[in-house]
Design a protein around this ligand. Structure first.
Ligand code: TXA
Ligand code: MG
Length: 316
């Protein structure tokens, strides 16, 4: 892809945050750490700035973006916040929960954000660097994960630069992200039902405990980004491996020791944090194929297994 920019790397200190805010205010693109993965931020109210997100990532126009806000009051300016949304925000914001809600007709949002849907996805991130930028700018930010479309999500500034160097104005380096997996996405429907659109750090049980059990969706595709093959490390991936076969780079877990290991002690939160870094290493390794040890399908393990199934999906 063409290099259009000289990408600056700044630290997540006062000067770096101020630089990020200036670039964003002027309509530029800045990769910013969140507690989940790095996001590629642009002013949500600027059609031109948001258009550049799609261009830099090579993201298809049908895939809508998450709008990041400081708090529930800022969310109220763009989405219809009902009692359920308020309860979820009270419990899980700031944090790794994205809510898909009805969009307010007067929301100041670039049209590409919703990709033609009547809804909008909103989240209030917890990472201090992202919060400082939202506060300094005083505006909502559209931000998908800061990686080229259909590549592994970034959990460090180096991962961002691996696919976006020369395609964005700056990256704020805040070190490795804490959760390591993208936010949970829940759709709250006007008829009172809800459904889980993407597994993540906030589990189905966490949501059930606030809302009562999930009602099945009507089968419509509601998170367009979930359709495409994502998280692709660019090599075939074999799951539930006990050892490496010839030509495989093994990602271990617990008693399965690999070339790299998600968590030697078998801690699934540590595994979530390390997952994308391990996939980045696997992509760069000389072996042509990747094998991954089994991960328990509980808690955030469900989200890890969701991402691994996508990474292993054939095609593309
Ligand atoms: O943790 C995260 O959510 C990270 C950080 C940066 O906040 N962001 C992230 O964005 O993962 P992205 O663009 O990689 O994934 C957003 C997902 C896509 O699958 C998209 O289709 C879905 O959210 N989405 C966005 N708006 C939607 C809407 N109105 N209805 C349904 N799905 C939506
Ligand atoms: Mg993404």
């Amino acid at each position: 892809m063409d290099r259009k920019y000289v990408t600056e790397t700044v630290l997540a200190d006062t000067a770096g945050i101020a630089r990020g805010v200036d670039i964003l205010r002027a309509g530029g693109l800045v990769a910013v750490p969140t507690e989940t993965v790095y996001g590629l931020a642009a002013r949500a109210d600027s059609e031109e700035a948001v258009g550049q997100i799609f261009e830099a990532k090579g993201r298809p126009a049908f895939n809508p973006l998450i709008v990041h806000v400081l708090d529930i009051a800022a969310a109220e300016a763009i989405a219809e916040i009902d009692e359920r949304a308020r309860m979820l925000a009270d419990r899980f914001w700031p944090g790794p929960l994205t809510m898909v809600l009805s969009r307010r007709p007067d929301a100041q949002l670039a049209p590409q954000i919703a990709a033609g849907l009547p809804t909008v996805a909103v989240r209030s991130p917890a990472h201090p660097a992202m919060r400082a930028i939202l506060e300094g700018l005083g505006k909502a930010l559209a931000a998908p994960s800061a990686n080229a479309s259909e590549t592994v999500s970034p959990t460090s500034a180096a991962h961002v630069l691996a696919t976006l160097d020369g395609r964005i104005d700056a990256v704020v380096d805040g070190g490795p992200t804490e959760r390591g997996l993208e936010s949970t996405i829940i759709a709250l429907r006007e008829d009172g039902r809800w459904s889980l659109l993407r597994e993540g750090p906030i589990t189905r049980q966490d949501l059930d405990s606030v809302l009562g059990e999930e009602t099945p969706s009507n089968g419509a595709i509601e998170a367009p980004g979930q359709l495409a093959r994502h998280y692709a490390p660019g090599k075939p991936v074999r799951l539930n491996a006990r050892h490496a076969e010839e030509g495989e780079f093994l990602i271990g877990f617990g008693s399965v020791t690999g070339d790299v290991t998600l968590s030697e002690s078998g801690d699934i939160n540590e595994a979530a944090r390390n997952l994308y870094a391990c996939l980045h290493w696997a992509r760069e390794a000389p072996q042509l194929r990747i094998a991954v040890a089994a991960i328990p399908d509980e808690g955030i393990g469900k989200a890890i297994n969701d991402r691994l199934r996508r990474a292993a999906a054939p095609g593309s």
